[in-house]
Design a protein around this ligand. Structure first.
Ligand code: DC
Length: 230
């Protein structure tokens, strides 16, 4: 069993393709972004982010050992739900409020160190598909298969907008677009493990691909990789 790292920009469909691949090859899927979202939700719930966005980093650092993230398969959806300290937070971590605070939280070195250690522990036996920003560069630099996904800003914003709407939220399109541009900026320019393409990653621009087409593309890369390693 190999390790598959899928990195790329915000809202480019990484998690959809990662989940579908994991399901079709019987691997475990881990959404590393959900883990940073849980840290953000914890900070919001505990009053550690002021209305102006300032983060109480000293308290958050002290409380990091209290943040336990886990995943459990939801039998109804066939997909994993995210749990923060035993509570299912799958919906609460996907709101615009969490999205607009997550990048500064994910840039904190002590947050990254804690989440990276947990991710490496989860993937230590291989047989895993993990998506995020630094999986192929920092978490699993030796992953056998690395994919870097991207798509145009407008297409990514439209996908996120549709997703929020389908969940009963009523976002403003321009706010969604601005949020993802700002997150990409912070994610790509932070000092620790910034978003960047690993040298040995295969690039996929899925701006004009259907979900079925991108799933097939990924499955083909997986089979090629397995052949190379057998
Ligand atoms: O994939 P996502 O949009 O759910 O990720 C949420 C945020 O978490 C994203 O803006 C950057 C951060 N993140 C990260 O820094 N490293 C990862 N491996 C995954 C996500």
């Amino acid at each position: 069993m190999i390790t598959i790292a899928i990195d790329g920009h915000s809202s480019c469909g990484k998690s959809t393709m990662a989940k579908d691949l994991a399901r079709s090859i019987g691997y475990i899927y881990i959404d590393s972004g959900a883990m940073y979202r849980c840290c953000t939700l914890y900070a919001l719930d505990n009053g550690l982010i002021a209305p102006d966005g300032t983060i109480d980093t000293a308290t958050l650092e002290q409380r990091m050992p209290e943040i336990h993230v886990s995943f459990s398969l939801n039998a109804a959806t066939g997909r994993p739900d995210t749990y923060l300290n035993g509570e299912c937070v799958e919906e609460r971590i996907r709101t615009m409020e969490v999205s607009s605070h997550v990048s500064p939280i994910a840039a904190l070195p002590f947050v990254r160190a804690a989440m990276t250690a947990q991710q490496q522990q989860m993937g230590r036996q291989g047989g895993i598909v993990m998506d995020g920003r630094d999986i192929g560069t920092a978490v699993f630099p030796d992953a056998e298969l690395k994919i870097f996904v991207t798509a145009s800003d407008e297409i990514r914003a439209q996908r996120r907008y549709d997703e929020l709407q389908s969940k009963g939220q009523h976002p403003d399109f321009n706010e969604v677009l601005e949020n993802l541009r700002e997150r990409d900026r912070i994610d790509s320019t932070r000092a620790v493990a910034p978003l960047r393409q690993a040298e040995d990653a295969v690039v996929l621009d899925n701006s004009h691909l259907t979900i079925a087409q991108q799933n097939q593309w990924l499955l083909d890369r997986y089979h090629e990789c397995i052949e190379r390693h057998s």
